[in-house]
Unconditional design. Structure first.
Ligand code: URA
Length: 257
């Protein structure tokens, strides 16, 4: 894959020079891809036609209300999974193979939130099982964790056709599911992977580069939230893995000792 293994062990707090980390100065000089394009699963993503974005940028109130209503009485992740699988609130329901709820232990300390399922995820019904998922697994391993110990989910539960960017209306319609997931999992730290996830969670339109490097307090429980690059971006721009490592260490430091 061309990504060298990352190692957390013995990395002191704040030390971003983990084993085999790239030279930061070099990486800054070599970057040619706009970090704000980081959200996508792959470089072949087609931009959404402007007309389509405008048409769908206003969510239908009744649909959002229906999703809100469907989660209001839910008190377990299993029950929520069923509600997600039944959802037809936006047009993605028509083209999906299945919903991708996310996976992990009910009470995981770490919560990683990506953008939306891609082709492999849509087929298998699991998050991050494609190439980007392989890299996310490495990132988790570098934290001395396994995939089974963390929760991984997406802002959208259905695949946008052709892996196009999620539309505002789709994000809005799916939001009650995301909020309920976070409320039920109660993680100790959240890592938002990529622009779509970060902007949706922080209700911001700032560029990813501006959102990185800070600790946000998310929701009524003030869960620490860190923003980082999407693994798909990192596959295209491996010289930025040092920045992701710094983000992961920042997230790690938010865990109670
Ligand atoms: N990209 C994402 O954002 N999520 C996935 O599940 C897979 C790829």
């Amino acid at each position: 894959m061309g990504i060298t293994q990352w190692v957390l062990r013995d990395a002191p707090d704040g030390d971003t020079t983990a084993q085999n980390m790239p030279d930061q100065t070099m990486s800054a000089r070599m970057v040619s891809v706009n970090p704000e394009d980081s959200a996508g699963e792959d470089a072949s993503k087609k931009p959404t036609p402007v007309v389509e974005v405008l048409k769908q940028s206003v969510p239908k109130r009744t649909q959002v209300a229906a999703v809100q209503q469907s989660v209001s009485d839910v008190i377990s992740l299993d029950a929520l999974r069923v509600r997600v699988a039944e959802c037809t609130a936006c047009e993605l329901a028509a083209s999906r193979t299945q919903t991708v709820f996310g996976e992990g232990p009910d009470q995981a300390d770490w919560l990683f939130i990506g953008e939306a399922p891609g082709q492999q995820e849509d087929r298998q019904g699991k998050p991050f099982v494609g190439r980007a998922g392989g890299l996310l697994t490495q990132m988790i391993r570098a934290l001395d964790k396994t995939r089974e110990q963390v929760f991984i989910l997406n802002t959208l539960k259905c695949r946008p056709p052709g892996n196009r960017d999620p539309l505002p209306a789709e994000l809005k319609a799916c939001e009650p599911f995301l909020l309920k997931q976070i409320q039920l999992i109660q993680p100790k730290v959240i890592v938002a992977l990529g622009k779509t996830s970060a902007q949706a969670l922080l209700n911001s339109d700032q560029a990813l580069g501006k959102l990185r490097g800070q600790v946000y307090q998310y929701g009524p429980d003030s869960i620490p939230l860190i923003v980082s690059y999407h693994p798909a971006y990192l596959l295209r721009q491996p010289t930025d893995k040092g920045k992701v490592w710094a983000d992961l260490l920042l997230a790690h430091r938010q865990l109670p000792v």
